[in-house]
Write a protein that binds this ligand. Sequence first.
Ligand code: FAD
Ligand code: SF4
Ligand code: SF4
Ligand code: SF4
Length: 355
Amino acid sequence: MDLLSYKDLKRKVWDTEKCCGCGACVGVCPTEALYFDEEPRHPKSNDYCKVTRDEVPCAACYYACPRADETCSDGFGTILSIYESKSKIRVSDAQSGGVVSSVLAAAFESNAIDGAIVMGVDKWSQAAQPAFVQTSDAVLGAAGSRYVWAPILKALREAIADRELHKIAIVGTPCVTSAVKRIRQSNVDVLSIYKNAIRVSLGLFCTEIFTDSLLEELRTGHGIKPWEISGFDVKGKFIVKLRDKAALELPLKDLRTSKRTGCEHCVDFTSEDADLSFGSVGASPGHTVVIVRTDVGEGFLKQAQRLGYIELSSGVDLASIAKIGAKKKGIPFETAMSLLKEPGYDAPSSSRKTE
Ligand SMILES: Cc1cc2nc3c(=O)[nH]c(=O)nc-3n(C[C@H](O)[C@H](O)[C@H](O)COP(=O)(O)OP(=O)(O)OC[C@H]3O[C@@H](n4cnc5c(N)ncnc54)[C@H](O)[C@@H]3O)c2cc1C
Ligand code: SF4
Ligand code: SF4
Ligand code: SF4
C-alpha cells in the first residue's frame, strides 16, 4: 500500500527549493488539496489529502512530480533526427518559426488530438495563463513564448479529469516534459486517466523562467507598463518587445533576482523527455530547431509536413545548442558537442551544418 503523500513532496521538493513549478501535483490531486497562491516557490496544501486524513492510498502528486526522485540526466536524451523548420501557415505571434503552433494545428486537423495544453497570456497584465484549447484557431492564438512563470500542468484536471478528453497534447519547458514523462511511466491508479490521455509531449528549449516580479522590475526600474509589452525573447540578452517603441535589451545578469528558484537545480536545456523538442538557438532567423526523439514525435511532425503546415530542412547549428547545453549541465563544450553527435543519437548528416 503506497502511503506516500504531499508531505513527502514537501520534504523532498518544496523544502529543498527544488520545485520547478510545473503544477503537475496540483493538476492531478483528486481532492484538490494542493494549490499555488502568491508565493511562487512551491504549492501549498489545504490538508484535504486522502492519505494524511483517511489513510487511503494515493501518491498521485508524488509520482507526477519531476523533482521527487530525480535521476541524473546523461547526454541530451534520445535524438532520432534534427531539423530546421518553418511554418507554412500564418502564425501571427510566433516566437521563432511558428512550428509548435503549426504542428498542433495540423494535429487538430487530422484528429490526432482533441485538446492541447498551452500557455496563453493576458495581454493587459502580461501574466502567463495555462490554457486548455480545443481548436486550431485557439492554438494559433496562444503562439509565442511566455517568460513569466505559471504552473501549466494544473490545466491537466480541466483537460482530462473534467472534460474527459482522451487525446491531449502538452507543450512545456523541460521540467514540464519531465513531469509528463513521469506520469506516462507511472503505475499509480489515480494517474492512469492522465497517462492514457496524453498523446504527445512537445518540449521547448529553456534556460530559465522568471517570476512575475519581473513585471514589477520592468515597471519600477525601466518605466515599462505591462500593456506596453508585446512579448519577450532571450538572445544573449533579455529582450522586451514593446508595442509602440523599439525593443528594450537588458543584460540577463541584471534580472537574476527575478529568476524562479527551482531553475537553479535544472540541467536540461533541450527537453530531453519530450517526443519533439523545439528551440530557436541553432536555427536561421524566423525558423525553429526541431529535435525528433520518439516515433510518436516523428509521426506528428511528418503529418504536419504532409498536410502543408510546415517545411523541414537541414542546416542546424549544433555548436550553438551544445554551447548552452554544456553551460546548463556544467560539462565542457567538447563533451556536449560529442554527446550531440554520438552515433546512435545521430541526426541525418544532411541536417547538419557543423559536421
Ligand atoms: C521560458 C522559455 C525559455 C526559453 N528559452 C529558450 C532558449 O534559451 N533558447 C532557445 O533556443 N529557445 C528557448 N525557448 C523556446 C523558444 O522561445 C520557442 O518557444 C521555440 O523556438 C518554438 O518557437 P515556435 O515559433 O516554433 O513556437 P510557437 O508557434 O510560437 O509556439 C509556442 C508554444 O509554446 C507555448 N508556450 C509559450 N510559453 C510557454 C511556457 N512558458 N510554458 C509552456 N508552454 C509555453 C505557447 O502557448 C505555444 O503553444 C524558450 C521558451 C520558453 C517558454
Ligand atoms: S490526495 Fe493524493 S495527490 Fe492529493 S495531496 Fe494527497 S497524496 Fe497528493
Ligand atoms: S515540481 Fe511540479 S509536481 Fe513537483 S512539487 Fe513543484 S509544482 Fe508540484
Ligand atoms: S530552467 Fe528548468 S526548471 Fe526553470 S523553467 Fe526552464 S526547464 Fe523549468
